[in-house]
Design a binder for this molecule. Structure first.
Ligand SMILES: NC(=O)c1ccc[n+]([C@@H]2O[C@H](COP(=O)([O-])OP(=O)(O)OC[C@H]3O[C@@H](n4cnc5c(N)ncnc54)[C@H](OP(=O)(O)O)[C@@H]3O)[C@@H](O)[C@H]2O)c1
Length: 373
């Protein structure tokens, strides 16, 4: 009997990671995998073990633990934090140890994001620039200072050195309230980041808001279809790893439509009116004070507490594993446009459209109203 494929997944209590693990639970080859997860909550670890998946309790910032976990797996899915430098260094060190000890080249499927592509539009214009993941030179020409890039560059260097093969997945605005098995068992966060944040801000001010005029454009993609992308990629690498681009060519954009921020804000405004939370469906521009209060801080860690739940800039750089200074807090006023042709070439077939996305927003507003009660 051949030995099982050893897979490490981080972030499985999260929106993206939990959706990927849910797909693996129904993977036809599940029985031939030895999946280990890293989670912080002992209670959730227990629930994950009941699914037939190993769970180690700890933090990705425990370097010794991360190194030992990554050193003992063939494939690593990293979906905790696209900006945690400490975690990626420990991950790569562990993967190098595996390579040195076995001669194998472990696989890293890392989650970055199309925030990598952003400009400084402040909601005032739509860019014409569309990045194509089949044109890696266009992507690699972006400045090293772009968001997420410091992490991605560490990964690319490891791939170039030959001790890993790296595949960087860049989801865009992921949407949809996940209702998969891990959500039902109370393991997984069911909601995304950008739209819930915009909804919470809009609820707090009693009217939908946008940065500038909301003319900026972002891509969007449904959570289930993002999970599909990871599985399509994983299956393609397993089937023929020489046939899948990696390293400086191995970018995989997750997008299936695009929207202006005005369209999203308008959908939020209409839902607020329909649900009795506002008397005006028309979005208005966030003031500078509102941007600072509701849309984050100049420091932009993607840690759970700050980005998702806190409207108060109550963190300092010392609380953040990695810190990115963006232009003020105008992230939701940036452009990020791309075409995910590389995952489509592997067989990924997302079908959800912008209209599906906009139609999903009312349920997101209801969700936020319910949890605020
Ligand atoms: N959602 C999107 O639209 C989107 C799009 C593109 C890129 N991304 C990026 O993808 C990453 C994951 O996003 P998400 O939406 O899945 O976020 P999420 O729902 O907040 O999930 C984050 C996951 O990481 C875990 N985690 C955080 N810090 C950890 C630590 N120190 N040690 C171990 N586990 C830790 C969390 O565990 P706990 O349950 O213990 O907190 C959770 O499982 C983020 O960096 C995000 O910026 C997200």
């Amino acid at each position: 009997m051949s030995s099982p494929l050893r897979i490490l997944m981080t972030g499985v209590t999260g929106y993206i990671g939990g959706s990927i693990l849910a797909r693996f639970l129904e993977h036809p080859d599940f029985a031939s995998f030895k999946i280990t997860t890293l989670v912080r909550s002992p209670e959730k670890a227990e629930k994950i073990r009941a699914l037939g998946v190993d769970a180690v309790v700890g933090s990705h910032n425990d370097s010794e633990l991360m190194q030992s976990l990554t050193a003992s797996n063939d494939v690593v899915f990293s979906t905790t934090d696209s900006d945690d430098h400490e975690a990626i260094i420990a991950t790569l060190k562990g993967m190098k140890k595996r390579h040195d000890a076995t001669g194998s080249v472990p696989i890293l499927i890392h989650t970055s994001g199309t925030g990598f592509l952003i400009d400084d539009a402040k909601g005032l214009y739509a860019t014409e620039t569309i990045y194509d993941d089949l044109k890696s030179d266009q992507i690699n020409a972006l400045p090293d200072t772009q968001f997420h890039r410091n992490i991605d560059l560490e990964i690319l260097r490891a791939d170039e050195a030959g001790y890993i093969k790296s595949y960087i997945v860049l989801p865009s605005t992921i949407w949809g309230i996940s209702d998969g098995p891990l959500v039902k068992k109370g393991i997984q966060n069911p909601i995304s980041m950008q739209v819930p944040q915009l909804i919470r801000a809009s609820l707090a001010r009693g009217r939908a808001g946008m940065v500038g005029e909301g003319k900026n454009i972002w891509p969007d993609v449904n959570i289930d279809e993002v999970a599909d992308l990871y599985v399509v990629l994983f299956n393609a690498i397993r089937a023929n790893h020489n046939g899948v681009a990696h390293g400086r060519e191995g970018y995989f954009f997750g997008e299936s439509g695009e929207h202006t921020m005005y369209e999203v804000a308008k959908a939020i405004g209409e839902a607020l009116v329909a649900l009795g939370k506002s008397d005006n469906p028309e979005p208005s521009t966030f003031t500078k004070e509102e941007v600072d209060k509701y849309l984050g801080v100049s420091y932009f860690p993607t840690t759970y507490s700050v980005w998702k739940f806190s409207w108060t800039p109550n963190v300092t750089a010392s609380h953040c594993h990695s810190v990115h200074v963006l232009q003020g807090s105008d992230y939701l006023g940036t452009n990020s446009r791309c075409s995910g042709n590389r995952p489509r070439a592997l067989g990924w077939k997302p079908v959800k459209t912008k209209d599906d996305f906009l139609a999903s927003i009312r349920a997101e507003v209801e969700y936020q109203i319910n949890i605020s009660k």
